[in-house]
Design a protein around this ligand. Structure first.
Ligand code: FPP
Length: 229
């Protein structure tokens, strides 16, 4: 794939783990675990192709409020596993992790693993895997508004963007959602202003690198005009 038609930053809404597990008469946690494996493979593919940032929606603020306690605990366990074990492969490949979202209500040990995951990332990496955890765009935007309220200066786009969790990240060029729903669900609303959107019915655990390539091929065909002709 040519570099010029490759997105620099891809956002990924990983939906469909629960349905994938249900089809196999297995608990939802089985689907999340398979989802984590799918995510690891897609991240490898993204890095190999030269994509610079992949942001994965691992837990929304709404998930944290509405999912049963035991399912949340399973998701935290996956985070524990990823950030204590798998992340090392990423470092070895010279890549970084970053976490966006409100970490305050997360279990203390998970918070520490996320903090360490960022701190221990190698410098100047060509690929960053960004985890959106307890992330919600509306609260991110409100938080930015509150941070700017003390200033008398009129906020411009750059000043506003610098108060978002994504400060320093380029806007996503492509957002992919698996699992058949056709909505953004409070994911990167400000940042996705000009993103191309790609929706697929494939349930996330079945979203292989080959499925990811399909999304990239579709992106390469689209003509991005940013409001011009
Ligand atoms: C939505 O599927 C998915 C989630 C709420 C969690 C996504 C998390 C992963 C793929 C694991 C990621 C990796 C780590 C390290 C946490 P759903 O359960 O809503 O699926 P459904 O719509 O079929 O019920």
């Amino acid at each position: 794939m040519e570099k010029s038609t490759l997105p620099r930053h891809v956002g990924l809404i990983m939906d469909g783990n629960g349905r994938w597990a249900k089809k196999r008469l297995r608990p939802r946690s089985f689907g999340h675990s398979a989802g984590m494996n799918a995510m690891i493979e897609v991240a490898k593919r993204a890095k190999e192709l030269g994509i610079e940032y992949l942001t994965v929606y691992a837990l929304s603020t709404e998930n944290l409020i509405n999912r049963p306690k035991d399912e949340l605990e399973e998701l935290f366990n996956l985070l524990r596993k990823y950030f204590s074990k798998h992340v090392k492969q990423l470092y070895k490949a010279g890549a970084r992790v970053r976490v966006i979202g409100d970490r305050t209500p997360l279990p203390e040990d998970v918070k520490k693993l996320l903090d360490d995951g960022e701190k221990n990332s190698p410098d100047g990496a060509a690929f960053t895997l960004v985890f959106a955890i307890n992330y919600g765009s509306r609260s991110e935007i409100l938080n930015a508004v509150n941070l700017l309220r003390g200033s008398d200066d009129k906020a411009d786009e750059a000043a506003f963007a610098s108060k978002l969790y994504t400060d320093g990240l380029p806007d996503p060029d492509l957002i992919i959602r698996t699992g058949g729903e056709v909505r953004l669900s409070n994911f990167l609303l400000w940042q996705a202003a000009y993103a191309e959107l790609y929706f697929t019915p494939v349930l996330f655990p079945d979203f292989t690198p080959a499925e990811f390539d399909k999304a990239l091929e579709e992106y390469a065909k689209r003509n991005r005009r940013y409001g011009g002709l």
